[in-house]
Design a protein around this ligand. Sequence first.
Ligand code: SAM
Length: 213
Amino acid sequence: MSLDLPTGVERRRFDGRGRLATRGDPVYGEPQDADGWRAWDAGRSKLGAMLELGMDVGLVGGEGVLYLGAASGTTVSHVADFAGPTYAVEFAPRPTRDLLSVAESRPNLFPLLKDAREPRTYAHVVEADLDCIVQDVATRGQARVALRNRQFLASDGRLLAAIKARSEDVLDDPETVFENTLEALREGYEILETQRLDRFHDDHLAVVAEPRS
Ligand code: SAM
């Protein structure tokens, strides 16, 4: 199932089954076909799972993107394959080193060794009025991170966030954590769609939101 996929994301056949794919250098051992399309593994990517589940993420291709929690580049590499300028924030040095290699063949990907809770430390680098923030930080205070980075979004931009329940509270019921997180997000965002990602990622809620005026 899918709505329109962004330009630059296609469903291609790998090992006899249709899978999402983008075109670029392989990053994490994913298969690549003879035309240069590489499979996008939704089991390793929350944004990939959102697309697989047919969520209306509002991406058409070519967007300016701020990606929070880039790790070693599994998902952000696919994003940079179809998006425009892609700023990738990650605060752990080790994965950021891998991210630098991923960026070598992607001139539109800008790795930033920064803390997503401190947007003032990268505000001089990241352009304003971006089309999209993708957030997958798996840390306590995920709503706060989204609210602090809202300043980079255009008024009609989108927040695409994966909320990990256990990062907020390992013991609390995930549904309660999600409700509390959505309530906190509403301070700065209007929630457009939510969906549990459990088919691909346990105890994660995907959120599509737009900034409140
Ligand atoms: N989004 C990645 C992907 O799909 O390829 C996986 C991200 S992993 C679940 C979460 C990442 O967020 C980790 O690499 C972690 O170091 C990073 N992270 C957590 N808190 C952060 C913060 N405050 N600022 C920047 N990165 C953070």
